[in-house]
Design a protein around this ligand. Structure first.
Ligand code: ADP
Ligand code: YYY
Length: 233
């Protein structure tokens, strides 16, 4: 048995398999699950819904504390609400996807959302798998396990495109999806405050040639090994 609830940080760019892997690992190990991208999407949805100019960092910062964002951490049924409204659907629109990098680059937004993430992780009774861009570097630098997923852009675009075709009628084609994804990666990696980056002590896994099941099994092995290494109480 581990001395404290295990915290797992999974970072990486879009389409590397973070959400699918994290959800499955958390479900199989009986842990909580937090999609931090959904939180940045939720605050972005609120800005757009309230007519805030998302390209004006001062305007975004001025109201960053207003929306109440609540994440449900059951990996079998994760939820996200803003001021009590279920926004799981609306946060996946192309409009939100196109604005989320600008909003999430604003330091006041990051401070606010990072605080929420740390509180959720600290209160997770059975440990938690937290996925995002800066979890291992900034949000939870003391995480027990840090994983950085990668995959080549072609594979990532094909995955995302297949997923959008399944869920969003009139979804953009593969070339447009690839272009948008590369643009968002560059913005997320290039921002000044807490950019997308691999922590020095994270283990990197290239998922290009792996099935989702192979990635899940590998992560579970790493998490179980880390649990065994923890001191007994
Ligand atoms: N190793 C893999 N091989 C094939 N498809 C995958 C793999 N990992 C994830 N996928 C699929 O790719 C899409 C994007 O995965 P997701 O977990 O949402 O990535 P991320 O959270 O990193 O953006 C999903 O449809 C998922 O089922
Ligand atoms: N820890 C995080 C997580 C996401 N973000 C930002 C940057 C990302 O482009 C957006 C959306 O993240 P999300 O994980 O939903 O992105 P995907 O489309 O699933 O790849 O949020 C962030 O800045 N920090």
């Amino acid at each position: 048995m581990s001395a404290h609830p295990v915290i797992v940080a999974i970072d990486g760019p879009s389409g590397t398999g973070k959400s699918s892997t994290s959800k499955a690992v958390a479900a199989r190990l009986g842990m909580g699950y937090l999609d931090t991208g959904a939180q940045y999407r939720a605050i972005t949805w609120w800005m757009l819904s309230n007519g805030v100019d998302v390209n004006d960092p001062a305007a975004v910062a001025a109201v960053a504390g207003k929306p109440e964002i609540i994440s449900g951490t059951d990996p079998l049924a994760p939820t996200i609400t803003v001021d009590g409204t279920d926004v799981a659907g609306p946060i996946r629109t192309a409009e939100v996807t196109g604005a989320v990098s600008a909003v999430s680059a604003v330091p006041a937004v990051r401070t606010r959302i990072t605080e929420l993430q740390r509180t959720i992780a600290a209160e997770a009774p059975a440990g938690i798998v937290v996925e995002g861009r800066d979890i291992g570097t900034t949000v939870l630098p003391g995480a027990d396990v840090k994983i950085f997923l990668t995959a080549d852009p072609e594979a990532r675009a094909a995955r995302r495109s297949g997923e959008l075709r399944g869920t969003a009628p009139g979804a953009p084609d593969l070339a447009a999806t690839r272009e948008a994804l590369i643009k968002r990666d560059a913005a997320d990696s290039g921002r000044t405050t807490s950019p997308l980056a691999k922590a020095d002590d994270a283990t990197e896994l290239d998922t290009t040639e792996l099935t989702l099941e192979q990635v899940i099994s590998w992560v579970i092995t790493v998490v179980e090994d880390a649990g065994r290494k923890q001191p007994r109480p």
